[in-house]
Each structure stands twice: as structure tokens, then as C-alpha cells.
Design a protein around this ligand. Sequence first.
Ligand SMILES: [Zn+2]
Length: 329
Amino acid sequence: MKFISCLLVFMPFWGIAQNPDTKQPEDRPAQPGDRSDPQKARFVTEDIARFWEAFDSAAVDTADAAALLKSLYLDKGTLGLKKFNEVGIKGVDALAAAIKKYRPYYESVRPRTLQIATLEDTIRKSLVKMKRLYPEARLPDIYFLVGDLNAGGKSEKEGLLIGAEVNCADDNTDFQNLPPAVPAIFKALGFAHIPSLVAHELVHYQQSYRFTDKNVLAYAIMEGSADFIGEKISGRSVNIVPRIYGDAHEKELWLEFEKDAHTDDLNKWLYNGGGSLERPGDLGYYIGYKITEAYYRRSRDKARAIKEILNITDFDAFLKESGYGRQFE
Ligand SMILES: [Zn+2]
């Protein structure tokens, strides 16, 4: 369990910092099929039932767990699952190890994962709104998959890949063997939050950014703008914990952020998940949200502002144009 991406969670004790999930647009060739119609994007949940079949078989024959997961789940999976195995799970052995160690967790979220199909109408509304806000939007297939508790959501050229097992925890979930910080984080996500997570990933899918500098400012705006537009299309904030803290400490956070904005110390502001009890992680999402919000508010032509937010070529100019931060001088 190295990270949950793109949002959120952290497993620092697993040692590997997360790579941001967004690709440069040139890495994303158009997918087959029509990506312009919100009604035609496929909502793919079939890998979930397949996972549980493999999971049950692996419980009976634990010595062959990895082979069973491979033959019954990964090999039979959709295009989305194949990609997820590369970028989220990172191989059958990781998956076999996770279901062995966290079996009670998996068991307890199983019923919820099997209800994800009921979210289709809600999520499709976000696709429709995305298209309305940004007529050039491309609307990919959305895959719901089960992984090794590493990936919450990813935006890949194959489609949006959502980790069902990460996003289905609730008060009845059994967190046995998971690190102590995990329950609060996973419960802050949860089933009701899935549409806003999909919306966030859908915004990443639209972003066409030129990164001249991979610095804190650029990444914060990339993530914060996905939160900002994601909230517009889903009606719900995806990053509630940083928002509450951020609103209470906005000025001091900004002054601190400003000093780090042109460094590449991303993990101080992003992809650091839970943070500490005193200070939540992912506060760069909050600052990026506030910059984007300020930019949008100052723009007279809102449709044009959305297009500009999704196609930033100069992050310093974007910040300057937003006017954000000047209120604290
Ligand atoms: Zn993101």
C-alpha cells in the first residue's frame, strides 16, 4: 500500500511517495468510440463480481491465491482492469498479499462494492454537466475495479479507473491490520463520495497543461482546479478535510505556500494524505482550489474561464491573473 491516488490517502510507512496521476495530453491518444456523448460513456462494474469470485476461490485454496486471482480476475478482466493492474495494483502478488493481510476489510466492504452500479445515474449527470460547462469535453468510460487498497482513482487514456474497495468503507467496516490513520480517511471517502471522486478524475481527463516547471504551484493548481470544477459538476466537495482546515487558516497557509510555490517539494503540499492530527495533508489541493476559484470569480466570461482553467500554459500568469493572495498582503 504505497499511496492512494490521485486523491488522498497516504501510506507513508509503505515508503513510496506518490506520483501525480495526470498525464500530459500528448500521452493520451483518443480512445476508440465516441467520447463526446455523455450518454455513450460506459459505466463498467463487471470486474467487481469477478474479483469476488476469485477472492472466494483464493480463500479456499490459499496456496494458489495469486494464480487464482490471475486466472479468474486479472486475465478475464476488462481493458480498464488491465491498466489498473499496471498503474494501481502493480501486479498479482501485491493483490494476493493485500487480500491475505486485509481479508476482514475486504469482506466488510463487499456488499457496498456490489452496489456501485446504482450510482450510474448520479455520475452520468456529472458527465452531462461537464459537457455543458466545456463543450469540448471528452467523456471516457468509467471502470470500477478492486485493487490492493492503493489506488482511489486514476485518470488514464483507457478511462477513469476507480478503486471500489477504497471507496466503500463506512462505520461497519472492519479495519483490522490496517494502519491506525486509515479508518478516518477511508470513512471520510465512502460510498456517497464516489460521484465527486469520479468528477475530480473526469476533470483531470480534460486538463491539457503545459508544465514548464513541475513545481508546487503547478501541481496545486492542477489538483485544486480538478476539485473546483469537479465540485461544480458533481455538486459536492471531494476534499472536505483540507477545506475545513484551510478555511480556518487561510492566510497563514497562503504565506507558507507562497514560499514553497516554486520548489519541487510536492509532498509537503500534495499526496501526503492524512497529515497529522494538528494539520491535515493535501493542503495544496485547498490552495489550488482557492486560486482557481478566484480566477473564475474575476472572469467575466465564465465559459471562457472554464476553458482557460483546463488549458493552462503558464501557472505563474494564472496565479497573477487570479489575484489570489493579494488580500493577505
Ligand atoms: Zn487529482
